[in-house]
Write a protein that binds this ligand. Structure first.
Ligand SMILES: [Zn+2]
Length: 50
C-alpha cells in the first residue's frame, strides 16, 4: 500500500514492572503501538508528602 496514516485506537493501558504506564493501541490495518509514559520524565508535577 502507499501512504497510510495509522489510526491509533486505544486498547487500554497497563503498568510495567518498572512502574511505567504503558498505553496500548492498534490500527485497523493490524499495526500495534505501545506508548510508554515514563514516570520520571516529562511531567514535572509530582505529589509531595514532606
Ligand atoms: Zn494502519
Amino acid at each position: 500500500m502507499g501512504v497510510h496514516v495509522h489510526v491509533r485506537l486505544s486498547q487500554g493501558v497497563s503498568v510495567s514492572a518498572e512502574g511505567e504506564l504503558i498505553e496500548h493501541s492498534r490500527c485497523r490495518c493490524g499495526a500495534t503501538f505501545t506508548k510508554v509514559y515514563d514516570p520520571d520524565g516529562g511531567e514535572p508535577e509530582r505529589p509531595s508528602h514532606s
